[in-house]
Ligand binder design. Structure first.
Ligand SMILES: Nc1ncnc2c1ncn2[C@@H]1O[C@H](COP(=O)(O)OS(=O)(=O)O)[C@@H](OP(=O)(O)O)[C@H]1O
Ligand SMILES: [Mg+2]
Ligand SMILES: [Mg+2]
Ligand SMILES: [Mg+2]
Length: 362
């Protein structure tokens, strides 16, 4: 009996259902924010990244659904509501409250449950929504259940009308168990960029990963194709400030890669790798002391692992989601199909050693 209940709890069926539903609802919110508001409604945070009404309202929606479904679970969320609680934030707050409520009261769809505080009549007060955003303040840690939310990853891509992802992951004892990425602008087929857009990626540890349309249609299992030198290339950040383009260029030369990198914002890079668009996701530190955040990697890394990839840092060590809100000292992120990972790691280590010795001679 004990065996049976352990196995059942590891399936995390309820958590998966909630995660999908929350990400889909947040995706329709962010799409409508982009269409209605995005161009003139940004404000600047201390870290100079643009924060939009979309970030706040999407986190409010996901967090408030999590609170109803799993009230004991702590959340590590990117955003906090401090700027919305001061008088100067009133206009922004009103807009966020109305957008979040608009998303929460939307009709129930595929897999939605009214007990998660969604559907007609589920409006929340402004205070409840600000508290929901602030529930993302958990400091993280090594033990127990927790969720991590990046309500809009690739904010810059979102603002440009390019790639971004709504990201939600569920962790137990610092191990990602469920990862969901909603990518409203991602073509279903990258070779047909003008074709249908909007993809959802889901992985559950030990159960594989799948892609479907945001509507839930056409679910298909994901599996990274084997390494092929002639088609191998890198997926990397658009912003050179987020990932060193010059280091990946050096690595690319060492590996004799002929195809140019695919530059794309957000964890959509992990999703694309998982479905075979590009051979590796490279994220090399730019040397400014930036620490990677757990919400920027948790969901995507599981999706890649469950599709047959390996995700490590440049030393070949797995990402540690148990250190707090960040991944600790930044050794970069290298995600790659299993059979090319060792080769890539050797090239990374050679490129970084050469770089370091060139610097010390200078
Ligand atoms: N200096 C530095 N180095 C590395 N990473 C940084 C840095 N500054 C910010 N960020 C984080 O980068 C997240 C976006 O990453 P992307 O891969 O989408 O970058 S890019 O948009 O393509 O440039 C971005 O996530 P969002 O804020 O959710 O967009 C940040 O958490
Ligand atoms: Mg940000
Ligand atoms: Mg992010
Ligand atoms: Mg973000």
């Amino acid at each position: 009996m004990l065996y049976r209940s352990t196995v059942m709890s590891l399936a995390f069926t309820a958590e998966k259902q909630l995660a999908i539903s929350a990400v889909r609802r947040a995706c329709s919110l962010t799409s409508s924010v982009f269409n209605k508001l995005v161009k003139n409604e940004t404000l600047t945070k201390g870290d100079k990244s643009p924060v939009t009404v979309g970030d706040y309202s999407a986190q409010a929606v996901i967090s408030s659904m999590l609170q109803r479904a799993f009230p004991q679970d702590p959340i590590v969320g990117e955003e906090d509501a401090a700027e919305l609680r001061v008088d100067s934030g009133a206009t922004l707050r009103d807009r966020i409250v109305s957008l979040a409520n608009e998303a929460l009261v939307g009709e129930l769809g595929l897999g939605d449950l009214a007990e998660w505080g969604i559907g007609p009549g589920s409006e929340q007060t402004p205070e409840q929504l600000l508290d929901a955003i602030d529930r993302g303040n958990y400091k993280g840690g090594r033990t127990g259940r927790m969720w991590t939310i990046d309500p809009i990853d690739g904010t810059k891509g979102f603002l440009r009308g390019e790639q971004y992802a709504v990201c939600l992951a569920f962790l137990v004892d610092a191990q990602v168990q469920i990862g969901v990425l909603g990518c409203p602008n991602l073509p279903v087929d990258l070779t047909n960029p003008d074709g249908e857009k909007g993809c959802l990626f889901i992985a559950v540890r030990g159960q594989g990963a799948q892609q479907m349309k945001l509507s839930g249609a056409d679910p298909a299992p994901l599996s990274i194709p084997p390494y092929s030198p002639s088609t191998f290339n890198f997926l990397e950040s658009v912003e050179a400030a987020h990932s060193s383009h010059s280091t990946s260029e050096k690595i690319s030369q060492l590996m004799e890669i002929t195809r140019p990198p695919i530059r794309m914002d957000s964890q959509a890079k992990y999703a694309c790798l998982a479905r075979g668009d590009g051979g590796a996701y490279m994220r090399m530190p730019t040397g400014v002391g930036y620490k990677e955040k757990i919400w920027d990697h948790a969901a995507g890394s599981l999706i890649v692992e469950e599709s047959g990839g390996i995700v490590t840092d440049s030393r070949g060590e797995g990402l540690d989601f148990g250190l707090g809100r960040t991944l600790g000292e930044n050794y970069g992120v290298i995600a790659c199909v299993k059979d090319a990972h060792a080769k890539l790691l050797r090239a990374v280590q050679q490129a970084t050693t050469d770089g370091a010795s060139a610097q010390s001679k200078a």
